[in-house]
Design a protein around this ligand. Structure first.
Ligand code: TYC
Length: 100
C-alpha cells in the first residue's frame, strides 16, 4: 500500500479506562426500624416509596441488598451519609462498598 506503516504494532495511547464502579450495599440487622431504612433509601438514593420498600424488604429477607452503583467518590459519600444518619438516630444499620 501507499502509507508508511511498518506493520509493527505500537502501544503509545493510554487505554481508555472507564472509572470503576462500586455497589453500595445495605446490610440487614434486627433493630433498625423498617421505616428508617425506607427513609434512608428515599433520601440518599432517590428512590420512591415503592422502590425503597422493595429494596428494604429484600435486605430484610436476604441479608443484603444493592442501593445503587456509582463511581468511587459518590459511593463513598453515600455510605458516609447513611452511616451518619444511622449513628445520629442510634440505629445499628450498616452500609458498605463493593467493587461492581
Ligand atoms: N430487619 C429489620 C427489622 O426487622 C429491618 C431492616 C431492613 C433493617 C433492612 C436493616 O438494612 C436493613 N426491623
Amino acid at each position: 500500500d501507499t502509507d508508511d506503516e511498518t506493520g509493527i504494532a505500537t502501544k503509545t495511547r493510554a487505554k481508555p479506562k472507564r472509572p470503576s464502579q462500586f455497589k453500595v450495599l445495605l446490610l440487614n440487622d434486627d433493630y433498625t426500624p423498617m421505616e428508617f431504612v425506607v427513609m434512608v433509601l428515599k433520601r440518599f438514593f432517590g428512590m420512591d416509596m415503592e422502590e425503597a420498600t422493595r429494596v428494604m424488604l429484600q435486605v430484610h429477607q436476604k441479608g443484603v441488598g444493592v442501593c445503587g452503583i456509582y463511581p468511587y467518590e459518590i459511593a463513598e459519600t453515600k455510605v458516609n451519609q447513611v452511616m451518619d444518619a444511622a449513628r445520629q438516630n442510634q440505629h445499628p444499620l450498616q452500609c458498605t462498598l463493593e467493587k461492581a
